[in-house]
Design a protein around this ligand. Structure first.
Ligand code: ADP
Ligand code: MG
Length: 372
């Protein structure tokens, strides 16, 4: 038998609670071994999607197909699916020792007693929990990070081909969270297990994922690699939710040589002609702050587009400076520039200065409308 091409496959899956859709006809597929994240704001349908993979929820009747390794599983119970799951709350049994918590899934599957001790120890090694120190402890006597590791070991011990994680690091402080992010990513690559990871933290998703599905309002707004999501956001929602973005809009007044000329109240600029960009229509584009350029003294700026603006604030961010500028007749833009050292080489601009803000036409992203 050939290996199925997808570990997880959703085809137009819908889930409604009462009259409200928690998930609206979503389709995506996850490759074996991938670290795949579902990213979006609270309430957008991430957990519902994950719970349909796990089998704790079923799609509506006639509401699409869920496949695992090519097999239709819409009506399979959770224990009939070969999965591990780590919940945000960890869901450890408080009255069972760490070792018994981890052994639970093996006991349920009828693994012979003689093998259980060894496998529990192996799982604890994987998550770097010392068996001698922690094996006999009860969960209430553990720190948040240790509980998180127990929950992970408990899911990994059954050697699932797919591991589902629902905001597993949410309760940890920043330093431990960063460390666990690295460790989870390493486990994914080392064990070859497919990870499906739910988070509302865009930085976490960008750092850890092979691919990300950005969810908004019960739908998938975009699926892509971190670079595709960040550098080619498809809709205003994605551009805004992941990182910071500037937005410009204007009327398309000409189309020549693969470039559109766009009229903005402060002047014209050009963009590479997108599919469906037609003279006489309106266009919306996004521009990342770090793609905008300010002239450095008299040095020439390398950019083929610019608009006149007035500096309104310079915000000190440490590694970067964020310069807010007001564009004539058209709102505000943020320019992010590297901090060259304000004590030794202070930035030349102050509020009130007139400047031209520059960029490369290729660095703008033409946006589609958000779905309604
Ligand atoms: P997320 O995990 O992205 O925060 P959820 O998938 O938990 O979002 O929820 C999506 C929507 O479905 C929310 O509006 C939520 O209130 C609703 N919802 C989730 N589970 C249930 C349920 N068991 N009964 C009714 N509504 C639910
Ligand atoms: Mg959730």
């Amino acid at each position: 038998m050939s290996t199925p091409s997808f570990a997880v496959e959703f085809t137009r899956v819908r889930k409604t609670y009462g009259s409200r859709a928690a998930v609206k006809d979503i389709s995506f597929s996850i490759r074996p071994g991938e670290f795949f994240s579902l990213l979006g704001p609270s309430g957008c349908g991430k957990s519902t999607t994950l719970r349909m993979i796990a089998g704790f929820e079923q799609p509506d009747e006639g509401g699409g197909e869920v496949r695992l390794n090519g097999k239709l599983v819409n009506h399979l119970r959770p224990y009939e699916r070969d999965l591990g799951m780590v919940f945000q709350s960890y869901a450890l049994f408080p009255h069972l020792t760490v070792a018994r918590n981890i052994a639970f899934g093996l006991e349920q599957r009828g693994v012979p007693r003689a093998q259980i001790g060894d496998r529990v120890k192996k799982a604890m090694d994987l998550v770097q929990l010392d068996g001698t120190t922690f094996g006999d402890r009860l969960p209430p006597a553990l720190s948040g990070g240790q509980r998180q590791r127990v929950a992970l070991a408990r899911a990994l011990v059954v050697e699932p081909p797919i591991l589902l994680l629902d905001e597993p690091l949410g309760a940890l402080d920043l330093k431990l969270r960063k460390q666990m992010q690295q460790e989870l990513k390493e486990l994914n690559k080392r064990l070859g297990i497919t990870f499906v990871y739910v988070t509302h933290d865009q930085e976490e998703a960008l750092t850890m994922s092979d691919r990300i599905a950005v969810m908004a309002d019960a739908r998938i707004a975009q699926v892509g690699s971190p670079a595709e999501i960040y550098e080619r956001p498809r809709t205003p929602f994605v551009a805004r939710f992941i990182g910071e973005s500037n937005f410009l809009e204007g009327d398309i007044v000409a189309d020549a040589g693969g470039r559109l000329t766009v009229r903005h109240p402060a002047g014209t600029f050009t963009v590479p002609t997108p599919p469906g960009g037609v003279v006489g229509t309106r266009i919306h584009v996004a521009l990342r702050p770090e793609r905008l350029l300010l002239p450095d003294g008299d040095a020439a700026v390398e950019g083929d587009n610019s608009l006149p603006a007035t500096i309104s604030h310079v915000i000190y961010r440490g590694e970067m400076l964020h310069v807010r500028v007001a564009v004539a007749g058209g709102g505000e833009l943020v320019v992010a520039t590297r901090n060259e050292g304000q004590l030794r080489r202070p930035m030349a601009y102050k509020p009130g200065d007139a400047v031209r803000v520059w960029w490369h036409a290729e660095d703008v992203q033409v946006l589609e409308a958000d779905p309604t």
